[in-house]
Structures are given as structure tokens and as C-alpha cells.
Write a protein that binds this ligand. Sequence first.
Ligand code: HEM
Length: 530
Amino acid sequence: MDYLNKLSKSNGPIHNAVDLIQKLPITNRLTDMYKRSSKNELYFVGAATFITLYNLASFIQEKRQKLNLPPTVPFGLPYLGHGLYMLFMPKTFLDWCNSRYGEVYNLKVRGKIITVTNGKCGEESLKADREDLSLDHGLVRDTLYFQYVFEPRILEIGADITSVVAKIAVANSTMPRYVSGIQKGLETAQDYLLKEKVNVLDHPSAFFQRFVSFMSVPTLLGEEFASNIEVIESFASFTGDIIRNIPIFMLVPTFLHRPLLPYIQSPKKHHAIMEKHISPVVRQRREIMRLAKESGEDHGLEQTFLQGLIEYTDADTNGYTYSDKEVAHAVLMLAFVSAHTTSTNLSYSIYWLLARPDLMEKMMAEIESIAPGNTPIDVEILNKMTFLNNFMREELRQSAGNLGVGKKAMEDFTFSNGYQVPKGRMVESSTRQLNFGTNSIRSEVEDMDPDMSKNRTATTPAKDYVSFGMGKHLCPGRFFATQEIKMSLIYLLRNFDIKTVSGKKPTPMRRIAGTRMTNSEEPLIFTAKK
Ligand code: HEM
């Protein structure tokens, strides 16, 4: 109490401090300015002060880190940071940043600092170990919010298992045995999706997702699912349903996400469908395997991706194997990595051919000379089609986003040039820059040039071809994906005359959020040739 009395006395320290401030010349000037200024001028000065203090705070916070942090590109707007540049002029802005700040620098986007890598550091982020830079904790959790869709256990080990199984189930050497399954899938897809003489597709991306799933489901899961429409539809639409929720999660604060889930989540319905159809098959196959083991015989089950998931045993977790229910959910993980990626690239290919009649002409000429009429397609024929290969490689290069493959630093991470990013930081690779040298080069429709592939195969990664990633996380599904896309193109172009409903040349790809690529939604007409 004594202390409070002392403070409030007329000659106490608070009074003295107020007196001193009042006597300062700056105080008089500020009071004068306040009295003379209009309301709008005061708002303006207030906002400017806020922005300056905010930027100063971020600057001091960064400087306090003991790491050798990459340079942060200066920004003026507190929350938006560089967001508007990224939205409206991503190519020019990123090229300017790359040339001025080098291979690794920071940008501020929607209130967060992200690190952008290009050149050698871009390669290093693509090649990094999952324990250092993780796609699962980056794109998969921080952007797609998979933690709301999968149980923690599937999320923890799912990516590893899917990758291990994929390396065996869809290895390059297995491709010949997938040819007939893909061919059957194409025919079933036509029966369901293109059964009229004239088929108008108002929602082409949904069509391409279903089209690809008609091929992928029986080949990757097994013949018993070849005409299981519920499974095929679920496989096709799972990723789209997840992507649809992203804008909501971006707008709503994280603590409100979970209460919101019952109102927006449809991914749970996919779990129910997979449990209904996949789990009984898993139990059946496990019984066959058990009996075969008892009698010392080979179980003779087809080595599909699903079979790989069933047989997978993790030596690191005391021989842990997936339960029937977990296998069903893991199939959705497979749908995520395979259906959307393959269908968007099939769609890009069709739209590129429609946008560039000269390329369509070359493609048709190659089909007619190497696989005319109903010539059955096999791997040998595919290998002979050099234009098709070159076109695919270039289409995949063109489809890389300005930023992509967002990975989160699991620990402080050091690049070979000495720059470091702190644990928890999102690292985005400039994938288009890696493919082409800059973001702007060859970005016009007329610049698409399959000859640039120089007969290098569409499945072999290179410094200027990172569309399937690089290093140990290089996409193991690339052989399967390119085979499906190539066979689909031959099948569709041999059997249908494809045009846009508008009759105009389409734009092959759209940009979303400035830096990501997505497929065109320009309605299409498929007219059967016979
Ligand atoms: C055109 C289609 C596809 C594209 C463009 C594509 C692209 C990619 C990319 C860029 C990565 C690397 C991610 C990283 O750096 O961590 C990747 C990884 C992966 N992809 Fe694909 N992919 C495609 C199709 C497929 C298919 C059809 C499958 C399965 C059948 C598949 C299975 C996987 C798996 C399991 C991984 C993770 C590998 C690992 O982390 O070790 N992908 N894919």
C-alpha cells in the first residue's frame, strides 16, 4: 500500500514521468499534428505505424534466430506479404526473386514465412530424406489436412508403406502384365462414360478422374472390382473431395476446423465404401493365404497393389501388418497418389492436343503408322512411339507448378550453400524453374515443343525434368501412370473425334492460387468415329 501511495503522490515517479513526456518537444508536435489532422489522415498514419512496427517485429524475430537464415524478400503488407505478387504475376515475380536472391530465400504468404528453393537447393529439397524435409508433414498435413481424414497410425506409416509397395507392385518390369488390364479398363470406361455416339462432357475433370479409375481400380486392386461402380467412383472422387475443403480450411482458424468437420467432410463416406467392399476381399484372400501356407503351397493370388498392402509386414514394428480395415483405408492413400495425378495429366494431354492442331496431326500420324485400326497395344508398340513419348515428357514438364512439392522442415535444415531453415518451416521448390531454367521461358501455348525431349524417356528423371520428383522419393508410380496415359490417348484418339463445345482452342492448363496448375474445365464433345 505504501508503495502505491508513493507512486500516486503529486511528486511521485508516475507524475514526474508524465511531466517529462509533456515537456518533450516531440509531444507538442504530435499533439499539434493530431489537432490539425482529419480523421482519414489519422487512419492513414495509424495504419502506416502498425505496418512499420509489424515488419520491424518480424525482422527482429528473424535476426534473433541463431541460424544462417536465407534472405527474406522485403514486403510491405503485413498479412498478405508477397501474396498479391504470387497471385497476379507469379512468373515475373519468382524470376525476379530467383535472380536477385539466389537459390534459397524467404517469402511471406498469408501470414506465414515460406522458404523457396530453386537451382541446386531446389534439387536438394526434392532429394531430402523424409526425416529432414517431409511432404507428409508439409503438403499432406498443412495444406490438405489429411489428419482430419486418416487415423494417426495410417498417417504415420501410410506414406512409407504405399511407397514400399508401389516400388514392387508397379515397377518398370511389371508393366507388360498391366497392358491387358488397362485395355479392359478402357473398354469398360467407354461402355459407362462414352456410350453415346455424341458425348458432351460438361465437367471434364470429373470425367477424366472416373475414366482413369476404370483402368486403375481393376489393375491395382484386382479383377473382382472391375465393375464395382461404388469403389471406382470413390477412388475417382476421393482426392477431389479433399481438395474441395482446402479453401474452407484456409479461411477458418485452425481451432475451429474440428468442430466444422461434420458439416463439410465427405471423405469419411469413402472410408465406409472401402470398408464395405475391400475389407471382405482382404479377409477372403488372407484365408486363402493361410490355407496355402498350411499346405506348403503358393497362394497363387495375383500380385496387385492391394495384394502388396495385404502382404506388407513392417520389420521395424515387430512384424506389424495392416488390419482388414486399415488395408481398406490405405487404398484411399493409393487413390490420392495415383488417380488425381494421372487424370490431370491425361486431361492436360488432351487439351494440349486440342490447343495445338499441329501436335494433334503428328500424334495421329504416329498412331496411324505404328498402331493403326484396332492393332492391340503392347509395351513394344508403346516404346516405338517416339512422338508420343516426347509429347508426354514435355506435357509433364509443362504441368509443373511455379511452386510445388511443399515439404516441412522436421529439424533445422542446412542447404549445401550454408543457408539454414528452422524446424517447422515450409520449403517449396520452384519446380517450373527447375524444369525450364526460368518460370517465364516457354510458357506460351505456342512454345510447347515435344522435340525438346530429344527422345529421353518420360519416366527418367533429370535436372531439367523433376515432374516426378528426384532422389529417393522419386515417384514409383511413374511407369504405371505414363503407360495408362499413353494407352488412353491412343484408345481415345483412335475411337473418338474430340473437340471443345465452344469450337475454340482451349487453354491447356489453369493456374490456381497463382502458382499451382490445374486442368481446364472447358466442356468437351467426344464423337464416336464408328
Ligand atoms: C502423372 C502422374 C503422377 C505424377 C505427376 C506424380 C508425381 C509425384 C511426385 C512429384 C512425387 C515426389 C514427391 C516427393 O518428392 O516426396 C511422387 C511420389 C509418389 N508417387 Fe507419384 N505421381 C504420379 C502418379 C503416381 C501413381 C500412378 C502412383 C501409384 C500407382 C504414384 C505413387 C507415388 C508414391 C507412392 C510416391 C511417394 C514416394 C516416396 O515418398 O518415396 N504416383 N509422385
